[in-house]
Design a protein around this ligand. Structure first.
Ligand code: C2E
Ligand code: MG
Ligand code: MG
Ligand code: MG
Length: 282
């Protein structure tokens, strides 16, 4: 077996491939290995308060450079982790490193909020809240500095259990955010039932909002809905000043996107932050 090149018209990472191909099996093995040998890297993407323009936090996004295949996007390996029982280990690893990093930044005078993505199986794990409490204690971090991002579809698989876990996390003081809002089979009722603090408008609506009237209407509506429910709104996928200006005009709270910065390693984020004096002047 040899990995064929893309130019042969056959892409080994094509999502059309059956999940039980040799490639997939070898990816499971190497993902396990990468996890064990600490070869998954945390990248950080800034979040900025649109009113004060202060850099208020970061979203943690995982990066994996495979020794043979090179960069493998998280949309590709997160499902593999999820389907092969690796998600708990992966999430705890991400949380631990993120808290460690945020403590380090705090010691350097950077007060930043960190957002970490959860996945479906995390919301079925009755141990999750206790595990996170242990980490918060270990790094002596205020739970209010941590936001956990979930998507609506994770909740749907077993709403009662997910709700219980989210209640525990919330009562610990952790913030909860609904990621990719507007994409799944959203049930607005959940917004009322869940202890959510924030909604992230999916980037697919934000990216095109100046060219697509319907996307603009969706973004507008989500912002109004969130505010009427007392929730904060983050727009992800801001790629231009024009989109920033537009979102600012309609009172979006927080901005995230390539226009500000791509996700970068911790050291690069620090440099970016210092270059901006902690303020993103557009
Ligand atoms: P997400 O949580 O919705 O993260 C936002 C994604 O949008 C990231 O993709 C980010 O790089 C990308 N993005 C940010 N700004 C822009 C922009 O202006 N334009 C465009 N085109 N894209 C932008 P990424 O890093 O490839 O991650 C994809 C997804 O993988 C994430 O979506 C999240 O669902 C998942 N993921 C990443 N890291 C983790 C992790 O540590 N744990 C879990 N459970 N999932 C993760
Ligand atoms: Mg996210
Ligand atoms: Mg998202
Ligand atoms: Mg996502």
């Amino acid at each position: 077996y040899t990995a064929k090149k893309k130019d042969s018209g056959y892409c080994i990472f094509s999502s059309e491939l059956d999940t039980h191909t040799i490639e997939e099996l070898s990816l499971v093995g190497s993902l396990k290995e990468a996890l064990e040998n600490d070869r998954l890297e945390l990248y950080y993407q800034p979040q900025v308060d649109m009113k004060t323009k202060k850099v208020t936090g970061v979203e943690v996004l995982l990066r994996w450079i495979h020794p043979t295949y090179g960069f493998i996007p998280p949309d590709r390996f997160i499902p593999i982790a999820e389907q092969n029982g690796l998600m708990k280990k992966l999430t705890i690893m991400v949380l631990e490193k993120a808290l460690q990093q945020s403590k380090k930044w705090l010691e350097d005078g950077l007060e930043l909020h960190i957002s970490v993505n959860l996945s479906a199986s995390n919301l079925q794990d009755m141990q999750l809240a206790d595990d996170i409490q242990i980490l918060l204690n270990k790094y002596n971090m205020n739970p209010k500095t941590l936001t956990l991002e979930i998507t609506e579809s994770f909740i749907m698989s077993n709403p009662a259990r997910a709700r219980g876990i989210l209640q525990s996390l919330s009562s610990m003081g952790i913030n909860l955010s609904i990621d990719d809002f507007g994409t799944g089979y959203s049930s607005l009722a959940y917004l009322k039932k869940l202890p959510v603090n924030e909604i992230k408008v999916d980037k697919s609506f934000v990216i095109d909002m100046l060219d697509s009237k319907s996307d603009e209407i969706i973004v507008n509506t989500v912002i109004n809905l969130a505010h009427n429910l007392g929730l904060q709104v983050v727009a992800e996928g801001i790629e231009s000043k024009e989109v920033w200006d537009n979102l600012q005009a309609i009172n979006c709270d927080t901005a995230q996107g390539y226009y500000l910065s791509k996700p970068v390693p911790a050291e690069s984020f620090y440099v970016w932050y210092m270059n901006h004096n902690g303020v993103f002047a557009t």
